[in-house]
Design a protein around this ligand. Structure first.
Ligand SMILES: Cc1cc2nc3c(=O)[nH]c(=O)nc-3n(C[C@H](O)[C@H](O)[C@H](O)COP(=O)(O)OP(=O)(O)OC[C@H]3O[C@@H](n4cnc5c(N)ncnc54)[C@H](O)[C@@H]3O)c2cc1C
Length: 398
């Protein structure tokens, strides 16, 4: 074993011990089947979990220490992801900040902006939300209408953003705003950081299909934002948004946990009867389970390959749409299968259901997965045009 490999092996062993001692028991009991989602009722607990990770030196491994990172390698990052999956650890609560805002700040922000925001994002001291979508601009994001007009040392913001995840808990929001209405729509957009406590902001929660309230509509009326909160040039927002989007759709190693879920589903199907026989003996069910298993193995290889590509510094580009499309649609099929494996008990909700009803909750939640970060139709357009080279569709941004 090389010196580097033995250093990584020792680091892995330390992390594994740390996770065994620190992954909260309540998470494993109640939510182990939600590798990506943060149930609203545990928001503050998961915020504390992210802070614990940060303080133990297990957040932002590859970032330099002056921004709160650890200055470690992409190999450490990969080991960390594998060990978090192995330990069944909770997700982090400030994913929007860590995965989307930090890359934007590091690539386009000033030194002052990096110092001011990055560490607070990593530690979950400040929760961030993403203000892109509007009632009239979702897939066609470049049509956004929220205006930011320069007035002395501030921008005055008017308009509204919708489907803003964590908008109720958010301390800050990064917004795409129209700074110049007189140029091509993509060319007149800025990327603005707004303190959610600024006068003129009104947050109205939206209840989603799982009955959780984890997104909202945000209204801006004459909201004054200091000019130093603009990231990059005032008309560079579209370039920054596209940079962020590649991170949003990137590979997620938490999906490796689907392998365990498939085993749990098989186990449940042995205990459930249909027409007097174990469901696990039903040929149709067996075929669908096997199909999921095959899809999982293929997807796993694609995700690992994408992680290697990212590690080697290669940009994913339109290939990230393939992963987003496949993972989100697979997630829905898997949740459906998990509920079918429960038989009639699948109709019971939360505390009344098997495994505290987490699969019922998850099946409903998984509907969102094919919408956010760009719907499946938009991913198919991107794959058709940019990977397969088919004729370009007239519209479509996000
Ligand atoms: C759970 C959840 C969380 C979200 N969180 C955030 C957030 O934090 N911040 C944020 O800014 N946004 C967020 N969104 C919004 C999300 O990005 C948008 O819902 C998404 O981009 C789709 O936009 P839309 O809802 O306006 O649908 P539309 O764009 O109106 O699309 C409606 C339907 O038409 C289809 N369609 C549209 N254009 C085309 C086309 N060119 N070709 C083929 N079909 C097309 C779509 O696929 C869809 O089926 C979230 C959404 C969800 C569900």
């Amino acid at each position: 074993m090389t010196e580097e490999a033995s250093e990584i092996a020792a680091w892995r062993a330390d992390l594994r011990r740390w996770l065994e001692a620190n992954v909260p028991a309540w998470w494993q009991e109640e939510f182990a089947a939600t590798p990506f989602e943060v149930p609203e009722r545990r928001f503050e607990d998961i915020r504390a979990w992210q802070r614990t990770l940060f303080e133990a030196g297990y957040m932002a491994l590859t970032l330099p220490s002056e921004y709160g990172g650890q200055g470690l390698t992409a190999e450490h990052e990969r080991v960390r992801a594998e060990e978090l999956v192995r330990a069944g650890a909770p997700p982090i609560v400030n994913e929007v900040g860590v995965k989307l805002c930090v890359p934007a700040l590091l690539a386009f922000g000033t030194e002052e902006q990096k110092q001011r925001y990055v560490r607070n994002i990593l530690s979950a001291r400040e929760i961030w939300c993403q203000g892109y979508s509007e009632p009239g601009a979702g897939s066609d994001l470049a049509s956004l209408q929220t205006r930011a007009v320069r007035d002395g040392d501030a921008y005055v913001v008017n308009g509204t953003k919708i489907w803003t995840t964590y908008g109720m808990q958010g301390d800050w929001i990064f917004c795409l705003v129209r700074t110049d209405p007189n140029v091509r729509k993509q060319a007149g957009i800025g990327f603005l950081l707004i303190d959610m406590k600024t006068p003129g902001i009104d947050v109205r929660p939206i209840v989603n299909v799982t009955t959780d309230v984890d997104f909202c509509q945000v209204f801006f009326e004459d909201v004054r934002v200091p000019v130093e909160n603009m990231v990059g040039h005032p008309t560079q927002g579209w370039e920054i948004a596209n940079h962020v989007l590649a991170h949003e759709r990137g590979p997620n190693l938490a999906m490796l946990r689907y392998g365990d879920f498939l085993e749990q589903i098989a186990q449940r199907a042995r205990a459930t009867t249909r027409a007097g026989r174990p469901l696990a003996e039903d040929p149709m069910f067996r075929q669908r389970w096997a199909q999921c298993r095959i899809e999982f193995e293929v997807l796993k290889q694609q995700v690992l390959q994408a992680v290697d590509e990212a590690r080697a510094g290669r940009k994913a580009g339109p290939a990230s749409s393939l992963l987003k499309l496949q993972t989100s649609e697979f997630d829905q099929r898997l949740s459906r299968l998990a509920n079918e494996a429960q038989g009639l008990a699948s109709q019971l909700w939360l505390e009344d259901g098997i495994d505290r009803g987490i699969w019922q909750w998850r099946e409903l939640w998984s509907r969102a997965y094919t919408i956010f970060a760009g719907s499946s139709e938009i991913q198919r357009n991107i794959i058709a045009e940019r990977i397969l080279g088919l004729p370009r569709h007239a519209k479509g941004g996000k």
